[in-house]
Design a protein around this ligand. Structure first.
Ligand code: GLN
Length: 314
């Protein structure tokens, strides 16, 4: 059963972890003060099928900030919000190619002639966040949070502490937002776009809820719990494609080769992999490698991909 499989992987990863050097085990993100305070030993795994059943092991009920795993979904929301716009195409404005650089790279923006970065790295994500429209509640942030909730069980919320901690220390992202504005890539006030982006990164989620978000993608854009369509099949295809291209930043090519599943990481230690039409796997473990990807999370998904031959090009 799925429960037995993830319990086995959970134990294996924990025991391999004990044999690793401190450097190999990675460390919690320290550039956001609130994340530096995280318990490095948290470890949870959840699998949600495309019909909405979830099995979990470990710390699957502990909320952590979604961080960059909000990026593919906010990109999906921007696509959705502009679906019927004649003169405006999100995909014609944002980058769609790999950057080969760290997620917060400024060099990557300046060195590229058209400056475009994909929506899985900070620059592209801040850019597409500026394209999110006002929703029925007439507020762009509430619209974004409601959208995230519509992909899962409706119970995610803004983590005020993480949000304030990052907002007080995100000078590098401020530079990025201002650069994008200068290059006429965002229409909004750049600090408003950045504020919305920072809030989206500070949404609190459990591995269970995250697996359900992935299940909505695996289910072609229909939330298996509510049966409501939240993204079209084409939007899901674009979202998953960008996860393949840059979901693990500069390590995305090696990851794709080895694992072959669209995957997205976040610096609070979340990792979400989607096996289209079947299920999604979410892992939470705060210790990160140098690229900012969870060490145990990667180990879990690698093992599951190998055990079940999930590589999509296999
Ligand atoms: N909020 C984080 C940042 O902007 C997200 C980064 C990440 O998860 N890789 O730096």
């Amino acid at each position: 059963s799925a429960k037995e499989a993830i319990s086995k992987v959970y134990k294996e990863v924990l025991s391999e972890d004990k044999k690793m050097s401190e450097q190999e085990r990675g460390k919690v993100a320290d550039y956001i003060p609130e994340l530096a305070a995280a318990n490095p030993e948290y470890f949870g795994i959840s699998i949600a099928t495309s019909n909405g059943s979830v099995v979990s092991v470990g710390d699957s009920e502990i909320p952590f900030s979604i961080q960059s795993i909000s990026k593919p979904f906010i990109y999906g929301l921007a696509l959705k919000d502009h679906n019927d716009d004649k003169g405006f195409s999100v995909n014609n404005r944002v980058g769609l190619n790999a950057t080969g650089h760290a997620f917060n790279s400024i060099l990557s923006i300046t060195e590229k002639e058209d400056h475009r970065q994909n929506p899985m790295v900070n620059a592209g994500a801040i850019q597409v966040t500026s394209y999110v429209k006002k929703g029925s509640e007439n507020n762009k942030w509430t619209h974004a949070l409601n959208f995230i909730n519509s992909l899962t069980d409706g119970k995610t919320f803004l983590g005020e502490k993480v949000y304030r901690s990052e907002a007080a220390t995100n000078q590098n992202n401020q530079k990025i937002a201002n650069l994008l504005f200068d290059y006429k890539m965002i229409d909004d006030n750049p600090m408003d776009a950045l504020d919305r982006y920072t809030k989206a990164c500070s949404i609190m989620i459990t591995s269970k809820q995250l697996a359900l978000m992935g299940a909505t993608l695996a289910n072609g854009g229909i939330n298996p719990l509510t049966k409501k369509r939240v993204l079209s099949a084409n939007q899901v295809r674009d979202v998953l494609s960008q996860m393949v291209v840059s979901g693990l930043y500069e390590n995305s090519g090696a990851w794709w080769t080895e694992v072959g599943l669209p995957t997205k990481s976040g610096v609070a230690g979340g990792l979400l992999a989607v096996f289209p039409h079947k299920y999604a796997i979410a892992v939470f473990s705060p210790r990160l490698d140098k690229a900012g990807n969870t060490v145990r999370g990667q180990a879990v998904i690698k093992k599951i991909s190998q055990m079940y031959n999930l590589h999509m090009l296999h």
